[in-house]
Design a protein around this ligand. Structure first.
Ligand code: FAD
Length: 361
């Protein structure tokens, strides 16, 4: 089931089967001058069905929102074999409960999605990338807050902490400028003149805090400014340690404190930690890297991390979902009445617990 069934410029939507690869779909709609923004890092391999089931996000979600913001309607097969059609071909629809939204992010536990109607938006005319170095994560976080309060909304805003920067520069053999311990990579999109003006605004606003400033509008140079961010996952894998990969989200006002606290937690247990991710969303990819004898520490680290994050008003996961791995920690964030209601929803849709049993609950 990997066909794009329809791209309608008039209705600004597409109908797809769930096995379409995310990046291939994006290229297909771009040929029609249309845009499907959700961009999980896995987009070369992930399917739109998987993206919908997980409510996938990515760097561009800072400006454009996550997958759920683009799903207008679904066709799905219920465990009984009955076929369900939810939503519509319209942008607005407030008739009855929103079953489309309920299915998005349901991790394959409620129904099998067989067709997806996705909203499309106009393709931005051009892009520009800025890479900024900072002497500390604190400066990078303060610059983030300053930028997001400036009236300019970047389409992506990613960060690397000192350990991410050190490892990736070693892996790629790219030197880090003297005094830089944290990186921000920003992407802007829209009309060319507007991007130039926005870039000038941002550089004059946060430039004095930085140790390094580079920007480009040229596609291949922009890609090279993104390289360090894009190469973090291969870098971490190459270290040969066991990766416990979390994607907590904290309110932006807590980012600086969160980075410091997580580093303290790792130090306390003599564990390596690499932090990077979607700083504009407060979504920190937290990678504890454990030696084999440290594996029993996993539960202690995650319980401490999730408890702290929730105390800041944050959440256990911004993108990865609950699945099996985070199931034991669900009650750290959700109240008992919430969990009971969710279990009730599962019982109504899938009374025999046929679909992805053991996931979420
Ligand atoms: C290297 C890497 C990078 C990643 N980066 C990101 C990221 O930046 N942002 C992000 O949000 N996520 C990310 N992820 C997580 C994951 O790739 C995404 O959540 C993606 O959306 C999953 O799509 P998939 O096709 O791989 O789904 P799968 O892994 O095949 O399935 C995921 C879940 O969805 C269910 N499912 C799949 N298809 C359907 C269907 N048709 N109907 C009902 N249920 C279905 C499956 O049963 C399963 O429970 C990343 C994963 C990897 C491995």
């Amino acid at each position: 089931m990997d066909k794009v069934l329809e791209i309608s410029p008039a209705d600004s939507l597409a109908r797809v089967q769930p096995g379409v690869i995310t990046e291939e779909f994006q290229r297909a709609v771009e040929r029609e001058n249309l845009f499907y923004p959700p961009d999980p890092a896995s987009l070369k391999n992930s399917t739109l069905g998987g993206n919908v089931a997980e409510n996938a996000g990515g760097p561009r979600c800072l400006k454009y929102g996550v997958t759920k913001n683009y799903v207008l309607g679904l066709t799905a097969v219920l465990p009984s074999g009955e076929i369900l059609r939810t939503g519509s071909r319209t942008l607005k629809n407030v008739v009855g409960y929103d079953l489309t939204s309920l299915l998005v992010g349901s991790e394959g536990t409620l129904a099998l999605i067989t067709e997806i109607t996705l909203k499309l938006i106009p393709l931005p005319e051009s892009r520009g990338v800025i890479r900024l170095g900072f002497p500390s994560v604190k400066e990078a976080v303060e610059a983030t807050v300053q930028i997001l309060g400036s009236g300019v909304l970047p389409s992506a805003m990613e960060f690397l902490d000192q350990s991410a920067l050190t490892e990736v520069s070693r892996f790629l053999n790219i030197p880090v400028p003297e005094g830089t311990t944290s990186l921000l990579i920003l992407e802007l999109d829209g009309r060319k003149e507007a991007i130039h003006a926005d870039m000038e605004t941002l550089l004059s606003l946060v430039g004095p805090r930085t140790t390094e400033r580079e920007f480009s509008f040229d596609p291949s140079q922009m890609e090279s400014l993104w390289t360090m961010r894009r190469q973090i996952s291969p870098t971490i894998t190459n270290l040969g340690l066991h990766k416990v990969n979390e994607d907590i989200v904290v309110p932006r006002s807590r980012l600086s404190e969160a980075v410091e606290w997580i580093n303290g937690l790792a130090k306390e247990h003599d564990v390596k930690v690499v932090l990077f991710g979607h700083i504009g969303d407060g979504n920190i990819h937290t990678n504890f890297l454990l030696r084999p004898e440290q594996l029993p520490l996993t539960e202690t680290l995650l319980t401490a991390l999730f408890t702290k994050v929730v105390s800041w008003g944050g959440v256990l996961s911004g993108e990865h979902g609950v699945g099996i791995a985070k199931r034991p920690y669900l009650s750290l964030q959700l109240s008992q009445p919430e969990i009971e209601l969710m279990r009730g929803v599962k019982r109504v849709w899938d009374p025999q617990n046929l679909l992805n049993p053991g996931k979420i609950f």
